[in-house]
Design a protein around this ligand. Structure first.
Ligand SMILES: [Zn+2]
Length: 577
């Protein structure tokens, strides 16, 4: 299709040679309604329940002025209106990632990225190349390796010593639960054959020699904290800036941080004051279940300090109830298939969870609970149900959330809709590649694996959905989540027909979970997440019409332009930053 071959043209400058042919004289000039920017010649997906509304979107200032046909929108153009030619591609609200750890993600951009290294050879290549490219770094840090490429499922320090012989090196697993250190890193941290396992952690040792293998599990990873250089405030600011560029490249204009605190909020605030914050950030505060009335009052003051700003705000607290299925730490209703001695231990008792949820609910906070196993999910739903019974309903309603929701008991599926609990899910975590899914499925067995990531069922039963990535656990690229939600297959289409395909989801609903549904999940549906007059002008343009592509080819569509707050912040054709 010719339209997809021709490069996107963004007319940023009046009279620019590229733009000259696209500029059409404004038909009228009433001075109040004319557009500062138009995106034309696309297929608009407005994310408001319908599919294609029009071909063009007009923007005035930082708001959507109108959606309509090319002819209707062309009438709103002035000579100096910025014109983005969508060349027949989808034009939709900017993606809103419902679950990220943005600073860690940004910091990760300066580390070896092993998420796209499926084989040991590729892992070797990437680490070697990174070390060679950064001779000045005192440590070689990386993240994102999978267990599968290593014989026996775990790497060794000897492999890393070969790749990085001259400096300490540390690579964190994609799930964050295991670290892989070289001999220099172990020596700096004083980890030897005599180092005992810390509580909730394991220093893996060679069964023949008794020497540490370089693998540190769970809490044992903290043994390295003392020696790994801490990112400075400047490092973290730089990480947010780099993260924003990455987000724009991927069409992401809003994120919801599933962790945070007063210190991190200062960073966003500093960027906001400098006019540099070009991403809408809704951030949770990480909270311990022992929080008291005094803690809640302190958080109320923090929330009030930032107010209801569409650029940066808080309003959610994040609690944990369990771990992950891969490490047998997610809380299951029945024992693990391959570990009948455990069903995972909740991080808090039901009574503790009920108390802290009711406390924060009373203070008008949205609560986000990390719950992955069917037992953890039930505990979270129970806590929300009890808080609603105990406290008067807040004026804006309750939109408490559960984060992850990996294996759900069928009895709990309708409770999301009934209780108004938002299901915050990360479809690409279900990527059915052997690297990602074999350990997960094996640990809980086929029956419970078949109830993995049941977003379609939760939505069909009336539950509200928000999709996200959990970046840096997987890529921030929302197309990966959309593809998985729609096809339940790897980016290469494996398995054909999909993994537990009953949960495949219509494309429009998957896109809504990244746009209008995501806005609902942060109480912002009145100002963003749809393309309609008056909404914030955060818009993404794709290289193809998603609704025309065969489902198996969705990933052919790439981001050609990203508009944030009425401004073009990314164009595939030309650098904007
Ligand atoms: Zn997370």
């Amino acid at each position: 299709m010719a339209a997809r071959v021709t490069a996107l043209v963004v007319a940023l400058v009046v009279g620019a040679t590229l733009a000259a042919g696209l500029i059409v004289r404004a038909q009228r000039d009433d001075g109040t309604t004319l557009a500062d920017l138009v995106v034309r010649n696309g297929r608009v997906f407005a994310a408001d329940g319908g599919v294609a509304l029009g071909e063009s979107v007009a923007v005035r200032g930082n708001r959507v002025l109108r959606v309509g046909s090319n002819a209707e929108i062309d009438r709103l153009r002035r000579p100096d209106t910025v014109v983005v030619d969508a060349r027949g591609g989808t034009v939709m609200p900017g993606f809103n990632d419902g679950h990220v750890h943005f600073v860690s993600g940004g910091l990760g951009l300066e580390k070896v990225d092993l998420l796209d290294a499926p084989t040991l050879d590729r892992i070797r290549e990437k680490i070697t190349a990174f070390a060679a490219a950064h001779p000045d770094r005192p440590w070689v840090l990386g993240r994102g390796w999978y267990y599968e490429p290593f014989p026996g499922g775990l790497p060794t320090r000897q492999v890393l010593d070969e790749l990085v012989p001259d400096r300490p090196a540390l690579m964190v697993c994609y799930d964050g639960h295991t670290s892989w250190a070289n001999s220099r890193a172990l020596a700096l941290a004083g980890i030897t054959r005599d180092t005992p396992d810390p509580p909730n952690g394991v220093v893996v040792k060679d069964p023949r020699t008794g020497e540490p293998t370089g693998v540190l599990k769970e809490a044992a990873q903290r043994l390295l904290d003392r020696v790994v250089p801490e990112p400075t405030r400047e490092d973290r600011l730089r990480a947010i800036r780099a993260g924003m560029q990455n987000a724009h490249r991927l069409g992401v204009t809003s994120v919801q941080n599933a962790s945070g605190g007063a210190e991190e909020f200062e960073l966003y605030d500093q960027l906001k004051r400098a006019g540099e914050l070009k991403l809408r950030v809704y951030s949770a505060v990480s909270l311990d279940a022992t929080a008291t009335e005094a803690d809640a009052a302190r958080l109320d003051a923090l929330r009030a300090r930032y107010g209801d700003d569409p650029l940066f705000r808080t309003g959610a607290v994040k609690l944990m109830i369990d771990g992950v299925i891969e490490a047998h730490t997610a809380v299951m209703l029945a024992p693990y298939a391959n570990r009948p001695d455990t069903k995972g231990t909740p991080m808090h008792s039901q009574a503790e969870l009920d108390r802290v949820v009711a406390l924060m609910d009373r203070h008008g906070w949205q609560v986000m609970i990390h719950a992955i196993g069917d037992g953890g999910i039930r505990m979270a739903l129970d806590a929300y149900e009890r808080a609603a019974a105990a406290n008067p309903a807040p004026e804006r309603g309750r939109r408490h959330r559960i984060e992850h929701i990996e294996s759900t008991d069928p009895a709990d599926i309708p409770r999301f809709g009934r209780l108004g609990v938002v299901a915050s899910m990360q479809p690409f975590h279900a990527n059915p590649s052997p690297n990602q899914i074999n350990v997960w499925s094996g640990n809980i067995g086929p029956e419970r694996a078949s109830r993995g990531w049941v977003y379609r069922s939760i939505g069909d039963a009336g539950g509200r959905l928000v999709f996200g990535s959990d970046w840096p656990v997987v890529t921030l690229d929302p197309r990966m989540g959309v593809n998985m939600a729609v096809n339940r297959a790897t980016p290469d289409g494996i398995p054909p027909g999909g993994w537990y395909p009953a949960e495949r989801m219509p494309l429009a609903r998957a896109l809504e979970a990244y746009t209008s549904g995501a806005a609902w999940a942060s109480f912002e549906e009145a100002r963003k997440g749809r393309l309609a007059p008056g909404m914030l002008a955060d818009i993404v343009v794709l290289s193809a019409d998603l609704f025309e592509l065969p489902a198996a080819r969705l990933l052919d569509a790439t981001v050609t332009a990203t508009i944030f707050d009425g401004q073009v912040v990314y164009s595939a054709d030309r650098p904007v930053h």
